[in-house]
Design a protein around this ligand. Sequence first.
Ligand code: MG
Length: 269
Amino acid sequence: MRKPLIISLMLFVYAISSAQTQTQTQNQQVTKPPLARLGDQNKMTPWMTEIWDPEIKIIQPGAKDSDPPSDAIVLFNGTDINSEWEDTQGNPSKWIIKDGALISVRGAGMIKTKRKFSNFQLHIEWKTPSEVTGESQGRGNSGVFLQGLYEVQVLDSYNNRTYRDGQAGSLYKQRAPLVNDCRKPGEWQSYDIIYTAPTFNNDTTTYFTPPRVTVLQNGVLIQNNFSLRGPTEYIGMPEYFIKKHGAESLQLQDHGNPVAFRNIWIREL
Ligand code: MG
C-alpha cells in the first residue's frame, strides 16, 4: 500500500515542477533577505538597495518579436476593421481588406481608432505599392498620426529623394530619421513606436512637457526620444498650433496612395 502512494506523490511533485518550467508564475516562493535593522544604518549591505516588492507584472511575449504580447490591444489582425476603426466622422471606414492587409483608399479619408490612447508602445507593419508610380511625396505616402496630431511619415523612400524631414520615418517637418533603412516597394516593413504624451501649462497652449517619440523601423532606431515642437503642420511652424488635449485616437492617413497595413497592436504604458 505504501509504495504506490509514494510513487503517486513523486509523480505529483514532478508534474507540478514541470508545469512551472512552462510559463513564469507570479508570486513564486522565494527567500527574501531581511529588512534593514536599526543599528545597521551606518554600514551598507547589498540588500539595503534591493527592492523586491511589488513583484514586476508578468506577461507572455509573442512567439515572434512582431507578435502581440499578452497585454497588447490588437487593433488589426487581418480580418476586421470595424470593431476598432472608423473614419474621422465616426462612420464605417471605406478602406479595404485584401490578403489580410488593411489598404488605404483614395478619397476615403483618414481612419482613426475608436479607442483613445495616451502613452503607448505601438507595433505596425506597412507596405508601399510594388508598382512604383509618382515621385517624392507622391509615392507610397501615408502616415501614422500619434494621438491624431503627430505624424510619423510613411512613404516609399527607396530610391526616392524628397525633403529629409518628410521622408519615411520622419516626424513630419520636425525631425528627419537618423538613417534611411527602407525596404523595396512591395516589401513589408515595420515601425515600433514608443510615445509619451505631452502635459500642458495652465495657458493650455504651451507644453509643460512636450510629446516624445522613439521609432524603430525594421528593428533599427531611427528616432531617439525626440521632443516634438507641436502638432504636425504642412504649412507653418508647429508651435503656433498647440492646443491642450488628453487621450486621443491613433490615425492612419489616406494620402491618395494604396498603402497597406497589417499586424497592428498597441500596449498602453
Ligand atoms: Mg504622410
